[in-house]
Design a protein around this ligand. Sequence first.
Ligand code: ADP
Length: 488
Amino acid sequence: MRQPWRFSWWWVVGGAVIALAGAAAIARQSLEQQRALFETDARIVHRLLSQQVVQHDAILATLALLQPAPAAPHTGSPEQRLPALYPRILSVQRSDATTPWTDPGLAEAERLSRQSGRAALAPLDLQSGRYRLVLASEPASYALTIDLQALVPWTEWPMAAETSAVRVELVLAGQHHPIQPGRLQAGSRFAFHKVVAAESQPFDVVATQTVGWRQLPWARMLAWTLAVAALLAAVRHLQRQRMARRRAEELLRLGQVARLNTLGELAAGMAHELNQPLTAVLANTQAAQRLLDDDPPELATARAAMAQAAAQARRAAEVVGRLRRAVERPDSAGQRQSVDAVDAVRRALHLLEPECQRRGVAPALDGAPALDVMADPVALDQIVHNLIVNALQALEQVPAAQRRLTLTLRTVDGLGELAVADNGPGIAPEVLPRLFEPFFSTREGGLGLGLSLCETLASSMGGSLSAANATTGGAVFRLRLPLAGDAA
Ligand code: ADP
C-alpha cells in the first residue's frame, strides 16, 4: 500500500544542519579574531620587554666607561643616582681589586662576563622577584639588581593587567616569573613565546590564553539560528501558500466549486421556472376534465385547454433540457485521450489532502502502479474527486479512528476500473436504485447532482459508474473506462 502523502522531516533536519554549520563558522571566525588579537598583544609585550631589558646592557657599559667614578660630593656617583632614574634598578654594586665581591654568585657572574665579553647573569632566583646582571671591566666591575615587576612599562601595556584573560610570564632556566595572571580554563588554547632581544638576559616571554565555552559569541550564534529558523519558516509558509493557491486553482480548473454553485443557482431558478408551466398544465387538464364531463361535453373548449396543457408541458421539458445541457459537457466525447488513472487519483488525493487530514482519514492507494484509460482528463478528475468527497462525507458517521478509505485500480473484463471503497454506513437498499437520479440526496443540504453528473460523464466517455455495498460494510463505487493503447 502506498501512502499518497507524508510529513517531511527534511525541513527540520535541513534547518538544523544549516543552523549548526553557520553557528560553527561564526564560532570559528570569532576564535580566529581572538587569536589575531592575542598574537598582536603578545608581540607588543615582547617588544616592550625587549626594549627595557636591552637598556641594562647599555647602562652597565656606560658605568664601565665612566670609571673610575668621580665621587662628587653634591651629586653622588652615577651608580648611586641610577635607581632614581630607573625605578626597576634596585641597586648598583661595584667591585675592584680592593673591594672584591662579597657574594660568590656575583664573583662567578663576573668570571663568566670576563669570558664572554658581555654582561652575565648571577645565579637566578626568579621567585624573589629580582635578578642580578654583572659586567666585568677594569679597574672595577658593576652589578645591577633588577626588580622584575618594575620592569614592565605598564603605561604602554596593551592589556588591562588585572582583568585580561592572557597570562604573561618570563621564563628562564626552568624558572617562571608571572607578570600578568590571566585566566586559564578548559577550552581552545593560544600560545606565544619568544626570547627577548638581549643576549645577556635571554628571558623567554611566554603568553597563553584559553578561550572557553563562555567566550564563544553566543548572541551572534543564537541570532543566526533564529534567522535561519525564521527564513525556513517563511519559505515553508510561502511554499504552503503556493500549494494552497495551486490547489484552489486546480479546484477551479475542475470546475467543481464553480460548477456546483452554478448548478445550485440553476436548480433554484429551474424550480421557479418549472412551477409556472406545471401549475398551468394542472389547471388546463383539470378544466378539460370538467368540460369533458359536461353534458353535452364542450369538446372545442376542452381541446383548446388540452392544447394549452401540451404547450406548457413542452415549455417544462425545455426547462429540463436546459438543465441537462448545463450538467452534461457536450464537448467531452471529443476530448478523450490516454490518461493515467493512477495519476488522476493521486491528483485528487493531493487536492483533498487537507480534507482527509481534517477528518483523520489516511487514504490507501492500492493495485496497479499505472492504468492508462481513454478519458477526458477534466471529466475523469471530476468523477474521482466527487467519489472521494462522497466517501469522506459518508465516513463522518464513523468514529475517526475507524475510518478507512481505499482506492484500488486494476483491469477488469478488458476495462480499467477504479474502486472507491469506504467503511461508512453504506447505501440503504431503497436508496440504491435512485442514487444516480438528478437531485436525489439523503444529505441535509445535498444537491443530489454529484453522482448524476458523474454517471453522465462516465457514460459520455464510453464507460460506466456503479454503486454497491461492500460485503465487509460500507459503500463501493466502481468507475470503469475503456483502456488506452496496447492494453486496449
Ligand atoms: P449529494 O452529495 O449532494 O447528496 P450525490 O449525488 O453526490 O449528492 O449523492 C447522492 C446520494 O448518494 C447521497 O445523498 C448519499 O445518500 C448517497 N451516497 C453517495 N456516496 C455515498 C457513500 N460513499 N456512502 C453512502 N452513501 C452515499
